[in-house]
Write a protein that binds this ligand. Structure first.
Ligand SMILES: [Fe+2]
Length: 475
């Protein structure tokens, strides 16, 4: 029927309004003191168990001494460097990377180094790290590893030159692990129509330490699992508690040994003295990675470096100031409740002073978004120890819902705190899509929805260029 659609009458309009209201109340959310506690009920698709060793996602590439677990991260301060890392299983081979820009004939060579380590009864393969520097911006490069034995080729695209209105989309995954749910999360990220160009990883990688003797084979399978994304775009690493691997009972008293040997960060380039806290500039963003599990008190290396780095931020060049940290400061899940509190007390006032736009965290295996709030008025005698609205405070996002073996953290404190805008215990990933110096679009995608379905969305207004109230809140 091609007839003209009639305008609804006022009575049908009232009925429609009533139906919408009832639907909202019944199906969507429970409104609490704070924001929204999602009532979404997940269907039990996958139990939180690791995929078996013979899964195709863990397949060892064919060929003698073939490079595996290939992954890249930013290798400098300004986005013109890439660190290429991989493992050769049988013999060292070479640490050479051959690389060339798309549609050019000139092949460059970079040399790196390799490391090995032992952990209890495990001996690693040969872990190579080679840094490519002085790359052109906005260019697709192909690269080849395994030179001398079996070679494999991959590619990546460098970011546009740093600038205040450069659009750029960062993906967000935390606490991924290597379960069937992890696989779904990574697939959803790779198929997200917003197209993540660089992944901000919020800590807790392989969960090897959940296994007897910290079964380090799990570090190898994790590396093979993520290669399908991490070999093609930088994954920016935040360090979580599952990277500590402190096990004196196994004769392993050196913290962070497997992670530090396998995953590199460009910490020197930002003047940091530890690989666990550092910063990068990329497109229109200045990203500061903090370490929940490094010293943070006054006069410690992290504290001194952080204050220096905040003073280095130039919002005219990089309007978007983003902080990554593993343990969240504002999260109302019972699991890990207040674990980030001491770091918050130390650092929060500086984030407000420097108008940080957003803090992304993981650790809690659920999704939560805060309002713009701060709790920096307290001076240990005045009693002002309650979070209050503050338009120069960051929004706190917890995206620790990658889908690891420990399952979801689905028990919340009640009532929902007033600072909490939205919380839901489902697996998923986030996207932070910068449009220009004033606007960025954030989405959270739930694994059980379609790739393009946005379960929670939020338009960020930049705190330096456009510090307007983004939402009408009841807070
Ligand atoms: Fe964690």
């Amino acid at each position: 029927m091609a007839g003209k659609r009639e305008l609804p009458s006022s009575s049908s309009s009232n009925t429609a309004t009533f139906v919408v209201l009832v639907t909202l109340i019944l199906n969507s959310a429970l409104l609490c003191n704070g924001g929204i506690t999602s009532s979404y009920v997940r269907s039990a698709v996958y139990a939180p168990v690791d995929m078996p060793y013979n899964s195709d996602v863990f397949a060892v590439p064919p060929g003698y001494n073939a490079p595996e677990q290939v992954h890249i991260t930013q290798g400098d301060y300004l986005g013109q460097g890439i660190i290429v890392s991989w493992v050769t299983p049988v013999e060292p081979g070479t640490s050479t990377v051959l690389y060339w820009a798309e549609n050019t004939g000139k092949i460059y060579t970079a040399e790196g180094y390799y490391l090995t380590y032992r952990f209890y009864n495990y001996t690693s393969g040969f872990i190579h790290h080679t840094t490519l520097l002085n790359l052109d911006y906005n260019t697709t490069y192909y690269y080849e590893v395994g030179v001398g034995n079996t070679t494999r080729q991959f590619y990546f695209t460098t970011p546009p030159p740093i600038g205040p209105d450069v659009p750029y989309t960062f993906g967000l995954i935390g606490d991924l692990g290597q379960t069937y749910n992890s696989n779904t999360t990574l697939t959803h990220y790779q198929n997200d129509p917003l197209v993540g160009q660089t992944l901000l990883y919020l800590g807790d990688l392989s969960y090897a330490d959940d296994w007897p003797n910290h079964d380090n084979v799990k570090w190898d399978t994790y590396g093979r699992f993520i290669e399908r994304s991490a070999a093609y775009q930088p994954w920016i690493w935040t360090t979580g508690n599952h990277e500590i691997d402190f096990a004196p009972e196994l004769g392993e008293p050196i913290p962070f040994k497997p992670f530090s040997t396998r995953y590199q960060t460009p910490y020197n380039a930002s003047g940091s003295t530890e690989p666990f806290f550092y910063s990068i500039k990329r497109a229109s963003a200045h990203i500061i990675v903090l370490a929940s599990y490094s010293a943070y008190g006054a006069s410690t290396p992290q504290y001194i470096w952080f204050l220096q780095e905040l003073a280095n931020v130039n919002r005219t060049e990089t309007p978007w100031l983003i902080v990554l940290i593993h343990a969240p400061w504002y999260n109302s899940d019972i699991t890990h409740y207040m674990e980030g509190e001491t770091v918050r007390v130390q650092f929060e006032k500086y984030l407000v002073q420097y108008k940080v736009d957003v803090v992304f965290a993981g650790h809690v295996h659920a999704y939560e978004r805060s309002y713009r709030i701060a709790n920096i008025a307290y001076n240990i005698t005045n009693g002002l120890c309650t979070p209050t609205p503050n338009q120069f405070a960051p929004i706190y996002l917890t995206i620790g819902d990658g889908g690891n073996i420990e399952g979801l953290a689905s028990a919340y404190t009640e009532p929902q705190p007033s600072y909490s805008a939205y919380r839901e215990a489902s697996y998923g990933h986030g996207m932070f899509s910068i449009k220009n110096r004033t606007h960025a679009y954030f989405t959270w995608n739930r694994n059980q929805d379609g790739y393009a379905v946005e379960a929670d969305t939020f338009w960020f207004y930049n705190r330096y260029w456009y510090p307007q109230n983004e939402t009408a809140t009841n807070f």
